[in-house]
Unconditional design. Structure first.
Length: 361
């Protein structure tokens, strides 16, 4: 596990000079998952991230003798205090622009327990569940809109996607990591359903006796050395993603004659700091839905080969209703529903996540 030691002040206000060496770089990255479900499956390029964080503040320390009275006045005006340990920066003072207006909100929370891990909730299913091992192995363009755009958040803290359609609302196209959708009536008609119904979907992310078995799995992100953190199932011993092996219900033979526990769902719930320039890429199969601030930010629902797409937080900021200098929830939902492969790859320049507890009943 990579625990990031960035000072709290730098997590909240990375434009300070003292933070220049503490804030992770946000370089471009790319990559794909491992083998696809079909031998001819392919992936698209992951768009690079942009180094578009807040402008670095400038501070000038001029040598020579200083007037004590002027120093005291400046310390009072600028919120700086000098002691034996050096200069303390007041974190209760928001940065201002040339007109004296606040440029960052003050509500950003402290995340003392953040690190570069995702704590997954795994639920394993039998292959006879109506949404698992379906006769139709799926299509890469199916589908946008299987779940609603808004996350369900219960009074008890539960956080789940809401079923909308067995076939989705439209045909999916991914161009350089960006997803677009065409309504089915304009795309030649509806495909076969890939989710049985609302009742079957309701079992994906809740515990149901005799239907699924729940356990936990820690997914550790590795620092790439290029300003990003990643997990790639292709680098695991099996070169695929099978967190349910040896647990849950059944293990089936794959095309290579190996037994693995297919048919499971995963979910993770975290908070992160948004400062500008963040990106988050998923590459894999099958379903993947990511909600940011309770809004659908990445929609890769359906049974498909390895696909990848990227959340560009700056480009999607308006749709997600997010602003730099705040912390936000990210809710990640995934499903592996069909043999023969299981691939899972994420890469992001977000260095620190704080786990959000949710009820698992």
């Amino acid at each position: 596990m990579k625990r990031v030691s960035t000072p709290v002040g730098c997590l909240l206000f990375p434009w300070l000079l003292a933070c220049a060496s503490a804030v992770p770089e946000r370089d471009a990255f790319g990559g794909t998952g491992g083998p696809s479900k079909e031998s001819d499956g392919s992936t698209s390029d992951v768009p690079g991230s942009s180094d578009s964080g807040p402008d670095a503040g400038e501070a000038e320390d001029e040598g020579g003798e200083e007037d004590d009275d002027e120093d005291e006045a400046e310390a009072g005006d600028e919120g700086e205090a000098e002691d034996e340990g050096g200069i303390d920066i007041r974190l209760d003072v928001a940065p201002v622009d040339d007109d004296g207006e606040d440029t960052a909100p003050l509500e950003t929370g402290d995340m003392p327990d953040c690190d570069s891990t995702l704590e997954l909730i795994i639920r394993d299913f039998n292959s006879d569940h109506p949404d698992m091992e379906r006769a139709d192995p799926g299509r890469d363009d199916v589908a946008c809109g299987m779940v609603e755009d808004e996350l369900f958040v219960g009074n008890d803290g539960a956080r789940r996607p809401v079923f909308q359609s067995s076939t989705g609302s439209g045909q999916r196209l991914i161009t350089e990591g960006v997803i677009s959708c065409t309504p089915w009536e304009m795309a030649g008609g509806l495909p076969p359903p890939e989710i049985e119904d609302e009742d079957s979907f309701a079992e994906w992310y809740t515990n149901v006796d005799g239907v699924n078995a729940m356990f936990e799995y820690t997914l550790e992100l590795t620092e790439s050395g290029q300003g990003t953190y990643y997990f790639d199932s292709a680098e695991q011993p099996e070169r695929r993603f099978f967190p349910a092996d040896g647990q849950g219900f059944n293990e089936l033979l794959d095309s290579q004659g190996e037994r693995h526990n297919f048919h499971f769902t995963t979910e993770a719930h975290v908070r992160f700091g948004y400062f500008g320039g963040e990106v988050f890429t998923f590459a894999g199969d099958d379903d993947m839905w990511i909600f940011v601030n309770g809004k659908l930010a990445l929609d890769l629902g359906g049974l498909h080969n390895v696909l990848n797409a990227t959340i560009d937080f700056d480009a999607q900021a308006e749709a997600l209703d997010i602003s730099p200098g705040e912390t936000y929830n990210m809710d990640i939902f995934h499903a592996e529903r069909h043999r023969d492969a299981s691939n899972y790859r994420i890469e992001t320049n977000i260095s620190c996540f704080e786990q959000v507890p949710v009820p698992v009943g």
